[in-house]
Design a protein around this ligand. Sequence first.
Ligand SMILES: C[S@@+](CC[C@H](N)C(=O)[O-])C[C@H]1O[C@@H](n2cnc3c(N)ncnc32)[C@H](O)[C@@H]1O
Length: 274
Amino acid sequence: MTSLLSPRCPVVIPVPAVGPVPVFGQGLGEPYARALHLGGGTLTLRPHDASPDAGRRGCEVTLDVLGWCSETSVLERNLLQTLQGPVLDIGCGPGRMLSAARSLGLSALGIDTSAEAVNLACGRGARALEQSVFAPVPQSGNWRSALLLDGNIGIGGNVARLLRRCRQLITPLGTLLVEVDPDDDIDAAYQAVLEDSEGNRSEPFAWARTGRRGLEARATAAGWALAPTEHLQGRTFCRLSPVPDRARPVRSSVKIVTAAPMVRTAQKTTRFPA
Ligand SMILES: C[S@@+](CC[C@H](N)C(=O)[O-])C[C@H]1O[C@@H](n2cnc3c(N)ncnc32)[C@H](O)[C@@H]1O
């Protein structure tokens, strides 16, 4: 922590040191990287103990890493076939949707904050960048389709901000395909931690769990029109299309917070003890 000394008032004002913003499953015991490295396992996402939201309904969730590392299901391929390229997969994980897009002849790029996820995606022959969705994204404003398939619009822990950011990335005639939480009514934003079955825990990070109603409540203000919800095999998908700028109220744009993206190759990176 550094400090500022105000010339008028000789009081030391603490200024928090600026460091990287903790993201999904990273830091400390690196449970997400470990699980991707193993190609499976169960992770538990739960509120950080110190969070005022700790213990709120439904905030704890069990995640199946094998599913993310596997091939796409028929349902997911069918959904992809309804989209036009180029496709941006936001939070692409190990690249399941990217390799399916490629096999369907759709041009696609993945972005993800996890180096391990990006390496796995590249190892599958996909194109992926290790970067946050809130950092400058190549071809911003020109993506014909974008995917947000983390299952609950969790990325960044602020649904409205994420929707506004996605609105900047997509072409005026584009489609944003979002998988929301299957519980229509859940709408929680909180500091979460990820933990594996061995007790390896991540740093706390901002996350959200939001269902259909939470998305509907924020989509219009973020510049999106919503098509009817699709309930498919126990999962809930929403398609959003941009409302033209002139047809909506002016508001300030999302601040870009992180550095330029790093292009990853298929080399393996291990950032935790072997
Ligand atoms: C629940 S996983 C979903 C993986 C993938 N979409 C799938 O369906 O297989 C969420 C992914 O979002 C990524 N992520 C988290 N915060 C992000 C951010 N700010 N920008 C880009 N990706 C992010 C995580 O690293 C993780 O790979």
